[in-house]
Design a protein around this ligand. Structure first.
Ligand SMILES: CC(C)(COP(=O)(O)OP(=O)(O)OC[C@H]1O[C@@H](n2cnc3c(N)ncnc32)[C@H](O)[C@@H]1OP(=O)(O)O)[C@@H](O)C(=O)NCCC(=O)NCCS
Length: 298
């Protein structure tokens, strides 16, 4: 029998001990974690009681997904750092990830906090589309092996490199994105004129193009596979090649003064390869609502 939702899914706060137990089980299921890597129940309770945002998507009494974020400080500004977003497999691609982020946005604005940050694996095409395409994040920080070279999670076997993304909640960019304003024509047009710094060669492997030529341009594209999980299962060595090539491209480009502005799949509705679009220049000019002061801890 299908596990897909039978009736509308409700978005609401996690309230009871049982709700948090369901979140713990969902965390284990989605990330495939060993005990040592699961968030301890005592910490879940403490963060919830201290006002952190635990929001769930419920199919009847059953938790289908959740998002968790805690208050943080970045560059002297208070932000909400979103540590986990997860949707159970049968409920994916039904907009639940998006709806959970919208609820998180509302909650964060109610706390008078204007920005949410989080990290995600830039090789995960679905996450890239959700984060850049549907939500309108931007990023200028790439973290190599953020959680260490490997954890017990099935999603962390190919290293834990992350893009650190910023979601300026009331910015024009984000409001336009949430109103469904189509960003793709412009992004695809820009991408059609660029030879990606990393791109598929004929054999499904990543090919590195000339760095000096790419850095001399105003924009850079970086290509990724549509389903890195499938690549990893079939050929872990090839997945590693994609990790190394994209790590090289992101770190070189960000170091040279580019930031990540968009992600677009080449074919709408189909899961073809995706392209990141990086722009040269100041991220705060691109999104003026982003304010950043020097941070002595970074
Ligand atoms: C990331 C995750 C939360 C997304 O949840 P979700 O409910 O499927 O998200 P949504 O349905 O709102 O959005 C998914 C989008 O990706 C698209 N998509 C699906 N597969 C894709 C692929 N291979 N490449 C690009 N986009 C893809 C869907 O079509 C949908 O976009 P659309 O609404 O424009 O059609 C879920 O996949 C998950 O739990 N993953 C594992 C844990 C994880 O990675 N957490 C996030 C860490 S930041």
């Amino acid at each position: 029998m299908s596990e897909a939702p039978q009736k509308p899914v409700t978005i609401r706060d996690l309230q009871s001990f049982e709700d948090l137990e369901q979140a713990e089980a969902l965390e284990r299921e989605v990330w495939g974690l060993a005990d040592r890597d699961v968030m301890p129940m005592a910490l879940m309770i403490a963060t919830k009681e201290a006002g952190s945002a635990w929001i769930g998507a419920f199919d009847g009494p059953k938790l289908a997904g959740f998002v968790f974020g805690f208050l943080a400080m970045e560059g002297g500004h208070v932000t909400l750092h979103s540590h986990m977003l997860a949707v159970r497999e049968p409920y994916r691609d039904l907009d639940l990830g998006y709806k959970l982020k919208l609820a998180q946005r509302e909650r964060t604005l109610a706390m008078r906090v204007p920005e949410v940050t989080w990290t995600f694996d830039p090789l995960q095409s679905r996450n890239a589309h959700l984060n850049f395409g549907k939500l309108g994040v931007v990023s200028d920080i790439y973290k190599v092996d953020f959680y260490g070279p490997q954890t017990s999670s099935v999603l962390h076997q190919n290293g834990t490199d992350r893009l650190w993304v910023r979601w300026p909640l009331t910015s024009r960019r984000v409001r336009d994105r949430l109103l469904g304003k189509d960003y793709r024509p412009e992004a695809l047009d820009a991408l059609s004129h660029l030879q990606p710094l990393v791109q598929f060669n004929g054999d499904g492997k990543p090919h590195r193009n000339d760095l000096v030529t790419a850095l001399a341009r105003q924009r850079i594209a970086i290509q990724i596979p549509s389903d890195i999980g499938a690549v990893e299962q079939k050929d872990p060595g090839l997945a590693r090649e994609w990790r190394e090539a994209t790590r090289w491209a992101f770190t070189e480009a960000l170091r040279a003064g580019f930031f990540v502005a968009e992600f677009a799949r080449t074919v709408r509705g189909k899961q073809g390869p995706g392209n990141y679009l990086l722009e040269k220049g100041s991220i705060t000019e691109f999104v003026p609502e982003l304010q950043r002061k020097p941070d002595p801890f970074r």
